[in-house]
Design a protein around this ligand. Sequence first.
Ligand code: TYD
Length: 132
Amino acid sequence: MMYKLYNFKIHGNYDGNLVALEKGADFPFEIKRVYYIWGTRPDVIRGCHAHRKLEQMIICLSGSCDFILDDGKERTILYLNNPAQGLYIKHNIWREFTNFSPDCVIMVLASEYYDEADYIRDYNEFLREVKI
Ligand code: TYD
């Protein structure tokens, strides 16, 4: 499985939306870290790494962007533009994200604290590690 898309329940019967995320139903790990990204120029390519252990739930809270995912065998591109949808990625998936709309805000729920040793930042090293 390269990724899983979660469709979150939208609550509210008024002019607005609310999504509540609970471990189990909405994401499958304990959250140790949350970070968010905004103000990225459309032509920038972010990410360009894989993780050795980390699990993440990625939610595009506002605007849109493209996510390129690669498991070492195939590549897929996902267009994220829905704050009620979560993109779940496990370890050993190379990711790049780009084509940011000016209002794009991405929030990431992460299963581990930030650890540079968990990053694979070289694509050839990633291919070597996924083949083992
Ligand atoms: P990086 O993961 O390279 O960003 P992206 O993959 O989105 O391009 O992180 C950018 C910078 O932020 C880098 O200097 C590390 C730092 N950083 C933290 O300190 N803590 C974190 O949780 C994250 C995700 C990044």
